[in-house]
Design a protein around this ligand. Structure first.
Ligand SMILES: *Cc1c(COP(=O)(O)O)cnc(C)c1O
Length: 391
């Protein structure tokens, strides 16, 4: 088959210019004598030849997410965890020390506490919002990496990114921020001094609950180092998944506008319920880090996640979830459908009772990931499920 654009049988569009970029669903690319010197000189990073090294469809998605994050470059990976593992295994070696937030995605915490420790890397954990704790931990011994999530799961604590970036750089360390819950539409950590940003693209950025992917956004030199790790560890993304992501990114602004405005309304509704003992949403006047929220978040926007605590503990929480008709009981977040889960049996299933208390997860805590349904449908479904579970 002739290469695209060189078919001599047609003179209509010798070089098609598609509005939607094509899917390069190919493992390899044709080489010629000019390719080999370049591959040898650059380690194969500068030329499309084998898709684990690079693929135009995958790179297009990475470039778009980097643009959203305000980064020089972006690198797609096969999952958010692949992105986190690649970054940490590149920036840390045996004998190094990292300081991380205690409030972390469960598998990230496992990676730190099991895999990295096993490789001889010291990991110290501090409360994400405890600036004095960070200062003390950083001052105690040499440190290579500070790691935290810009908005923590499920407590929705905000990270003081500018303060942490100063602290990291003063100690000769790098600040890595997992921006999955916030998304670059809410916070751009690189603009506040972070060195590397990771997104689980599986969540809000793809937003349709049909692709697992990650992205690393940073400066070009860092991204090249990470690219070498993706090549050797094998965490590259499939071109078709990348195509779906690029398609989803066309609507990420629209989706998040809707998700955030609905989340604010749902949070307000929940505060009006006497049988809901706590509502955590960074846009509420009662939000504990209100001053930081005003500094870091754009006016009127506070994300698409809402966490609340029902009176009656875990049993009431489960009972309430089972009575929902519009909302879907499932793990994960960021999709167009509203998802509900209880952290103790989903994102934090692996924590002990003591760790749950330390992490600020009381009995009866429910987490909502707001979708794009009619806000009234979401609120009335929650109202009927809360009412029904009271009886
Ligand atoms: C889901 C998630 C991850 C992991 O992403 P995957 O795409 O599932 O590998 C990492 N961090 C946070 C905050 C997440 O929510």
């Amino acid at each position: 088959m002739p290469a695209a654009g060189t078919d001599p049988s047609t003179s209509i569009t010798p070089r098609p210019q598609p509005v939607v970029p094509p899917i390069y669903q190919t493992v390899n690319f044709r080489l010629d004598e000019t390719s080999y010197d370049d591959i040898r000189a650059t380690g194969g990073l500068n030329e499309y030849w084998y898709s684990r090294f690079g693929n135009p469809t995958v790179d297009a998605a990475g470039a778009e997410i980097a643009r959203l994050e305000g980064a020089e470059a972006g690198l797609m990976t096969s999952s958010g965890m692949a992105a986190i593992a690649v970054v940490l295994l590149t920036l840390l070696k045996a004998g190094d020390r990292m300081v991380a937030a205690r409030e972390l995605y469960g598998d990230t915490r496992d990676l730190l506490e099991r895999d990295l420790r096993q490789l001889g890397i010291t990991v110290d954990l501090v409360g994400a919002a405890d600036l004095d704790g960070w200062r003390q931990a950083v001052g105690r011994a040499p440190v290579a990496v500070l790691y935290a999530e810009s908005i923590s799961n499920p407590q929705l604590r905000l990270l003081d990114v500018p303060a942490l970036a100063d602290l990291a750089h003063g100690a000769g360390a790098r600040l890595i921020v997992d921006n999955t819950f916030a998304t670059p539409l809410l916070i751009r950590p690189l603009e506040h001094g972070a060195d590397v940003v990771i997104d689980s693209v599986t969540k809000f950025l793809n937003g349709h609950s049909d692709v697992t992917a990650g992205c690393i956004s940073s400066g070009r030199a860092h991204i090249q180092q990470f690219q070498r790790r993706v090549i050797t560890l094998g965490g590259s993304l499939d071109p078709h998944a990348a195509f779906l992501i690029s398609r989803a990114l066309c609507t990420v602004g629209l989706r998040l506008d809707r998700q955030m405005s609905t989340a604010a309304r749902v949070a307000e509704f929940l505060t009006s319920r006497p049988d809901v003992t706590d509502v955590i949403y960074p846009g509420l006047p009662a939000y504990p880090q209100r001053e930081l929220a005003a500094r870091l978040l754009p006016a009127g926007r506070a994300g698409g996640m809402v966490t609340f605590v029902v009176q009656g503990g875990n049993q009431r929480g489960y009972d309430m979830m089972r009575r929902l008709r519009v909302l879907t009981e499932a793990t994960s977040l960021g999709g167009v459908e509203t998802l509900v889960s209880m952290p103790i049996t989903s994102s934090q299933f692996n924590l002990s009772e003591k760790e749950l208390t330390e992490a600020g997860i009381p009995p009866g805590m429910v987490r909502l990931s707001i979708g794009i349904e009619d806000p009234e449908d979401i609120i009335s479904d929650l109202a009927q499920a809360l009412d029904a579970s009271l009886r």
